[in-house]
Design a protein around this ligand. Structure first.
Ligand SMILES: NC(=O)c1ccc[n+]([C@@H]2O[C@H](COP(=O)([O-])OP(=O)(O)OC[C@H]3O[C@@H](n4cnc5c(N)ncnc54)[C@H](O)[C@@H]3O)[C@@H](O)[C@H]2O)c1
Length: 253
């Protein structure tokens, strides 16, 4: 039996009403998770639809609304997960906003938005989930960065630098939490076929130029990134610790 099974595990996925979050939830359910917590900020309809798809795949699902940049909301998310399932084995820090622009037209508030939705949320969710993982003696955390976090990117001065901090947060977390049986890694996708990509790249010529830059000649489907997340939370990656895996169709090579 290949060690991809997540039989009996309970997972929290943040930003799970979005494109990549949904794909990750479904992948975790297909891999045998007993419970998937669909964390979302405000789109209840979409979160409930994701939960229904999770249930169709045989896992229990719980939707929890939480702004993951807010500590009390994160504490509520973790408490709700624990109350329903009694344990948390997997955390995917996926939520994030992508402010676009240049230094000339990016207000400092955009940097605050990226920081709050991406880095502060990763810090808070990790901080509050880890004690529950420690009780269970086993944990796997995957942080979602971006190729922008490795190369600096082209989205603007607010996004890539904050995504770079997620890579450092992954390394710090791995160095300090592995001894507790908690394995932390990071995935850094290139362009993914989700709302974020189309909102950040409304111009068709820009999209064409971006695709021309990708050796595979296309952007990623969310499921292709979710496959790598599944690998990182499974036993197949048991000796992979603190790494950032680029999923970019060759664009960064
Ligand atoms: N789409 C891409 O091209 C791309 C590329 C690289 C990395 N990423 C990263 O992948 C992750 C998922 O993005 P996506 O492509 O699915 O986009 P998306 O816009 O569909 O999903 C992002 C989700 O994050 C949620 N979110 C944002 N701030 C939040 C907060 N404070 N609290 C709770 N939820 C919050 C949004 O509500 C949304 O549901 C993000 O971290 C993004 O930066 C995306």
């Amino acid at each position: 039996m290949i060690g991809l099974s997540l039989e009996g595990k309970v997972a929290i996925v943040t930003g799970a009403s979005g494109g990549l979050g949904r794909a990750i939830c479904l992948k975790l359910a297909e891999a045998g998770c007993a419970g998937v917590v669909v964390g979302y900020r405000s789109n209840e309809g979409r979160a409930e639809a994701v939960a229904a798809e999770v249930r169709e795949r045989g896992a229990d699902a719980l939707t929890v609304s939480a702004d993951v940049g807010d500590e009390e909301a994160v504490q509520g998310l973790v408490a709700a997960a624990r109350e329903r399932f009694g344990r948390i084995d997997i955390l995917v820090n996926n939520a994030g906003s992508c402010p676009i622009g240049t230094f000339d037209d990016t207000p400092v508030e955009d940097l605050d938005l990226a920081y709050r939705s991406i880095l502060r949320s990763t810090f808070l969710c990790t901080k509050h989930v880890v004690p529950v993982m420690r009780e269970g003696g086993d944990g796997r955390i995957v942080n979602v960065s971006s190729t922008s976090g490795v190369t600096g990117g082209t989205m603007g001065p607010a996004y890539g630098p904050v995504k770079a901090a997620v890579v450092a947060m992954t390394k710090y977390s791995a160095k300090t939490l592995t001894k507790d049986g908690i394995r932390v890694n990071c995935v850094a996708p290139g362009y993914i076929d989700t709302e974020m990509y189309y909102e950040a790249n409304p111009d068709l010529d820009v999209r064409a130029r971006r695709i021309a830059d990708i050796p595979l000649g296309r952007i990623a489907q969310p499921e292709e990134v979710a496959d790598v997340v599944l690998y990182l939370v499974s036993d197949l990656s048991g000796y992979v610790v603190g790494e950032t895996v680029l999923v970019a169709g060759g664009r960064t090579t």
